[in-house]
Write a protein that binds this ligand. Structure first.
Ligand code: PEP
Ligand code: MG
Length: 550
């Protein structure tokens, strides 16, 4: 009898094959006395160089976001302060492996103390430390295995370097014991088009080489399946893939109700290689990329050039630009924001403009100038807005710079509850389900252990979405979803049934969502939405909808 494990399906698709677990991190042997410190320093330096060159090699073989992540990690490995720190520790008596461990631990603590986005980068340092220690000890590199055949990768959680190194032609699916719907693993799996299940308890107990099936929609993993089941699932997966590849055109339900399908981007580079012919526009242009990792704000000209580059790629359809979403999970050092005990509840998003209005004004001016240089229909919206007067203030500012279509993101329950009032003062709403789930369910989006609460199928979240959509209908204004929830093909008909008119997601998610909508009439969507709203929790909601659609 196969074992059935249940996790959260975060990237749709079916896969069947053999399980291979991720190589374990090296364990440190007992410290040993150092006879020749110079030789020991050479071992540590060479280990760091091996890690750096390995990452650069993988960056060269990768493309897009994956290549950027690997290149950034190689730069960290090449940081001379790591070498100096390791050398100091060796000269004080540590062997190379322990000196590296302590060096990375020190840097990790410093990063973790900064909180938010930089604290998340601490996981990158763990990954680099494990690689450097393995190199110093002459052990095989930990990380994604290469068994020589396609496989289902099972891991505790995946570090960015691992996910960036994944080769979708040899990895059939991802299953992780930890992680949630908005985790790095989930986002990358969706952008690679790999089926993925996260938060899957017991996954690490699966033995290497066991045959398993993975359903990235339902979150079900069946281990110990026979050859016939493997063959059946592969056949279903092939049919599903060709069905998706054939799908074209705008988003429509089976009875012709139109839903705008749009893409989320972080920079112009994200649109490279994307077939934009069937896309209604960019539903979320995250602008933080310009501001990350720097100690001063980008100037007006630099911003105009970056925005215009993206706008030029999309001179047909709408492009919705989100103003800077600084703070909490996206700390930006140049703002010099004071430390806060609860950053997610502190000064973030639009709230930054309370003390630093010039940052928002420069950005709005840059967006307006870039829009004027191109033919794109540019809309602008603010993140983390809580009250209607805040929304009105933002819209007035944007219009003051000549940006005629101004809206806000709905990420705070208070805003969702007052969506009607918001629509009296702004032109559109875009629901950020990643943050709206975090604040509605009071569950930190950076904590993998609370994945079930952050699940966008939570009926409380769906109820807030329904309220916003209703307000949109009453006012005749657009209400879309641009959080990760929009990329779930099973949830898409539910969102449309709740009254959502735009879904914006990573480009890879489009075919499955298009197909998900085409399989249902608007009346079906409304019935499915009712089922999901009636459920007790996310798992029940998903199960109720699945039962009606399969
Ligand atoms: C969201 O919160 O859903 C969203 C789209 O914004 P981000 O993930 O960038 O916070
Ligand atoms: Mg958000």
């Amino acid at each position: 009898m196969p074992d059935t494990l249940q996790g959260i399906g975060v990237s749709p698709g079916l896969a069947a094959g053999l399980v291979v677990r991720m190589g374990p991190p090296p364990s440190l042997p007992a410290p040993r006395p150092v006879a020749d410190p110079d030789k020991e320093v050479a071992v540590a330096v060479s280990a760091l160089e091996t890690v750096e060159s390995g990452l650069r090699e993988r960056a060269g073989a990768a493309t897009g976001e994956a290549a950027d992540i690997l290149e950034a990690l190689a730069m960290i490995a090449a940081d001379p302060t790591l070498r100096q720190d390791a050398e100091t520790r060796i000269r004080a008596g540590a062997d190379a492996a322990h000196a590296l461990r302590e060096t990375f631990d020190g840097h990790r603590e410093a990063l973790a103390a900064l909180g938010g986005y930089l604290a998340e980068r601490a996981a990158d340092l763990d990954d680099l430390a494990n690689r450097a220690i393995a190199a110093a000890l002459g052990l095989p590199m930990p990380g994604v295995p290469s068994p020589g055949h396609p496989f289902i990768l099972v891991a505790d959680d995946l570090a960015p370097a691992d996910t960036a190194a994944l080769d979708p032609s040899s990895v059939l699916a991802l299953v992780t014991e930890r992680g949630g719907p908005t985790s790095h693993t989930a986002i990358l799996a969706r952008s690679l088009g790999l089926p993925a299940v996260v938060g899957c308890g017991g996954a690490l107990d699966l033995p290497d080489g066991v045959a398993a099936t993975v359903d990235g929609t339902t979150g079900e993993v069946r281990a110990g399946v026979d050859e016939q089941e493997v063959a059946e699932v592969r056949a279903r997966a092939a049919v599903e893939r060709s069905r998706l590849e054939e799908g074209r055109g705008p988003g429509l339900t089976s009875d012709g109700h139109a839903v705008d399908l749009m893409v989320n981007i972080g920079s112009a580079a994200d649109l490279a290689g994307v077939d934009l012919s069937d896309v209604a526009g960019v539903g979320l242009f995250r602008t933080e990329f310009l501001f990350l990792d720097r100690h001063d704000a980008p100037g007006l000209d630099e911003q105009v050039a970056a925005y215009a580059e993206a706008f030029r790629l999309f001179e047909r359809g709408t492009i919705v630009v989100r103003t800077l979403d600084a703070g909490a999970d996206k700390p930006l050092p140049f703002l010099g924001l004071p430390e806060e005990p609860n950053p997610a509840l502190g000064v973030r998003g639009l709230r930054v403009a309370r003390d630093r209005p010039e940052v928002l004004d420069t950005q709005l001016q840059a967006i307006a100038l870039a829009a004027a240089e191109t033919a794109a229909d540019v809309w602008v919206m603010a993140p983390m807005v809580s009250t209607a007067p805040e929304a009105a203030g933002f819209a007035a500012r944007a219009r003051g710079f000549g940006l005629s279509t101004a809206g806000v993101m709905i990420e705070v329950p208070a805003a969702a509850l007052r969506a009607g009032r918001f629509l009296d003062v702004v032109d559109f709403l875009s629901i950020g389900t990643n943050d709206l789930s975090q604040y509605t369910l009071a569950a930190d989006r950076q904590t993998g252990g609370l994945a079930d609460l952050l699940d966008p199928w939570q009926p409380a979240l769906l109820q807030l979405i329904a309220g916003c959509a209703e307000a949109g209908k009453d006012s005749g204004r657009s209400v879309g979803v641009c959080g990760e929830a929009a990329a779930d093909p099973l949830l898409a008909p539910v969102l449309v049934g709740l009254g959502i008119t735009k879904l914006s997601m990573s480009p890879r998610g489009l075919p499955a969502v298009r197909a998900g909508l085409a399989a249902h009439s608007l009346a079906d969507c409304r019935r499915l939405a009712g089922r999901a709203l009636d459920a007790g929790d996310a798992a029940e909601a998903r199960a109720a909808v699945l039962a009606e659609t399969t």
